[in-house]
Design a binder for this molecule. Sequence first.
Ligand code: 5GP
Length: 123
Amino acid sequence: MTEETIFSKIIHREIPADIVYQDDLVTAFRDIACKAPTHILIVPNELIPTLNDVTEKDEIMLGRMILVATKIAKREGIAEKGYRLIVNCNRHAGQEVYHLHMHLLGGKPLGPLLGGLPKTLAR
Ligand code: 5GP
């Protein structure tokens, strides 16, 4: 069995967190070190360490993660102005917690990723 993570403990309410959503497949809670006015993590209830470890059996859960993110974005009032969903995978992406999670970030202009598109493409 894969070892428990800090996120497993949050999911099972063994340590405190500001949980904003939970169902049979995913849990969402506010990031402890928020990098935007809205910074919420959406995580599978089952421990999957990284994006590299997902398989076909996770298809419904992965869809749920995105659907839940969009619902929370609307509830947080950030949907219309916009938000960003990020999944970091392994060291080069800076993954710190080895329990798959999606960051939902919004509530302010987030700036371009990777310096933005060349002006000719950015329409
Ligand atoms: P990563 O860099 O792995 O994509 O992101 C991990 C995120 O988890 C970080 O943004 C970090 O602030 C957040 N985090 C780490 N430990 C805890 C915790 O105990 N509680 C909460 N709510 N967030 C955490």
